[in-house]
Design a protein around this ligand. Sequence first.
Ligand SMILES: [Zn+2]
Ligand SMILES: [Zn+2]
Length: 318
Amino acid sequence: MTPEKSPLTYGELPPEDALALLGNDIRTAILWTLSEARGGEGPPPVLPFSELRRKADLDVESSRFNYHLQELLGTFVERVPPEETDDDAQVVSELASTPGEGFRLRPEGTTLIRTIRTWSDEGDAWLAPFELDQECYHCDTALEAEYDNAIFAIRCPGCEYVYDYNLTPPGVLGDDREETLDNVAAYNRSQRLAFARGTCPLCGNAVDAEFVAGEETGYPRGDLRTLLVRRGCDHCGNKDNLTLGEVLLRDARLVGFCAERGLDVTTTPIWKLPFAATDRHTTIDATDPSKATLAVDCDGDTLTLTVDDSLSVVDRRL
Ligand SMILES: [Zn+2]
Ligand SMILES: [Zn+2]
């Protein structure tokens, strides 16, 4: 990669230099204070220097506080000039701000704090394995769900087939299991469908696609798998593995076919859709270049969809 093509934050710093800026408790207090001032709503608020310093509630000299604030400017924080109508706008101060001027989080600062909040929770963020109202499609044992170490997993305790194994923030944990499962189903769908459509759900970059044969996926019971579509983002490193059924949950014809037969695949949890939860309805038609077909059975009819290795649907048959 040539230097001019190396990624830079909007503050025009290499990402690792931006990260290094955070190694100071005054700076992190400034970021947190600006985030807290938002109260969870609306655009990032603009805090004048004196208010920011008062709210940060640190026992440091104004000049030292200002030094660290300046270090964050252009990367995590931005200076917002006074309104042009402000009569004091032209007053120049030796301190960080002129009257009417303030500071607010830049997008990088907002996202950074959101990431920390995303992975913070008031409870134990842990759920012992519990039974789902769904039997394994391979062996009829009731499936189990578990949340541990930020992974929400759905597995079959009978045959060990893994239905879901996903990095999932603790926000999915609801007041009861039903609410938790609703949240997990919605969260997983949003992530999977973004990957299915070829867009990284974290950073918005295009993701690549690779067909991986069942035995090579690294999952337990590869013998029960036909293929996984591995999608990864070169930019942020986000990755997902999708069944062919999950990839095709974005297909309007599939959605319509099921809806006409009383099955709403846009709200049904993926683990309750056998064509997406397993590979029992997936066949590999060709390799190198790859071609695979999904057969969706619904109310006595079957829709088949064939994709090529770019994941374009090249054939649909009812
Ligand atoms: Zn099983
Ligand atoms: Zn990404």
